[in-house]
Design a binder for this molecule. Structure first.
Ligand SMILES: Nc1ncnc2c1ncn2[C@@H]1O[C@H](COP(=O)(O)OP(=O)(O)OP(=O)(O)O)[C@@H](O)[C@H]1O
Ligand SMILES: [Mg+2]
Length: 261
């Protein structure tokens, strides 16, 4: 059974159709890739699934229920968590404090609980869990360092640790490998496999083809807001339409670069 079904999803911004009648499914327990050239509509699709935008048309079915148009907080509470393109850490906070913030993304403490001291038990539970999650990511020894002091690859790993604090069932990651060197990429791929091993389904937007092809069981390809192809890494790699879409994009980029010179 799929954990996520995107049905004929559309998003229009004025005259521009960023997502155009897009349908795909994500199998429970899988690592699924969503790829496509720049501007294909991948981040917009994430924004629609996670409730940041209300779709112009279509539905998002998560765990059997229609969540289209629901609030981000309600969707997060159901265990559908997304990260943003670029790092979103609090750089002036420690590694440990950043992960603790993740605990509050889902379970917001309320004023009465604080006054009555009920928060203390919850705080303790959150701290224990933060230690467990940091240990899982190999970051426990660096818990007191400032987030900004971590190398880039570990900042990305910390971002995933923050997301994991809210106990996602489906974790959507927008370009988690950006700017990583090959060693950081390999490390991150291992972490993702282990997160999936905890029963978390991963939906991955990514341009790093080595990572996408190495991790994903299935890949959905978007181009100009629409579905271009869907299949296994092997099928996608050898799909002429996919190759043309990417080639077209890189040729455009070369022309743009040449024009800029
Ligand atoms: N809030 C918005 N208002 C107007 N247009 C938007 C908005 N968000 C995205 N777009 C446009 O929608 C299209 C798809 O953008 P989107 O960010 O989803 O692409 P993407 O596939 O994530 O690209 P990239 O790989 O570069 O991150 C682009 O043409 C973009 O300019
Ligand atoms: Mg994007």
């Amino acid at each position: 059974m799929p954990i996520l079904e995107v049905r004929q999803l559309s998003m229009r911004f004025g005259g521009l159709t960023a997502v155009d009648n897009l349908s795909f499914e994500v199998e429970d327990g899988s690592i699924h890739g969503l790829i496509g050239p720049n501007g294909a509509g991948k981040t917009t699709t994430f924004n629609l699934i996670s409730g940041y935008y209300v779709p112009s048309g279509g539905q998002v079915i998560y765990d059997g229920r229609d969540i289209s148009g629901k609030k981000t907080s309600a969707i997060a509470a159901l265990g559908l968590i997304r990260t943003f393109q670029g790092t979103t850490l609090f750089h002036e906070l420690s590694v440990f404090e950043n992960v603790l913030v993740g605990a509050h993304l889902k379970a917001e403490s309320n004023v009465f609980d604080s006054v009555l001291g009920r928060d203390r038990a919850r705080q303790k539970a959150a701290e224990d869990r933060a230690c467990e999650v940091l240990d899982f990511f190999g970051l426990l020894t660096r818990r007191d360092e400032l987030a900004s002091a971590l190398p880039h690859g570990l900042q990305r790993a910390l971002g995933m640790a923050v997301a994991l604090m809210s106990e996602p069932r489906l974790l959507m990651l927008d370009e988690p490998f950006t700017g990583m060197n090959p060693e950081e990429t390999r490390h991150m791929m291992g972490l993702m496999e282990r997160v999936r091993g905890r029963g978390v389904t991963l939906l991955l937007v990514e341009h790093d083809m080595q990572a996408v092809m190495g991790l994903c069981e299935r890949i959905t390809v978007m181009n100009f807001g629409s579905l271009l192809a869907e299949g296994t890494p092997e099928e996608i790699r050898n799909n002429p339409e996919v190759i043309t879409a990417y080639l077209g994009a890189s040729i455009d980029k070369e022309l743009l670069d040449a024009a800029a010179r």
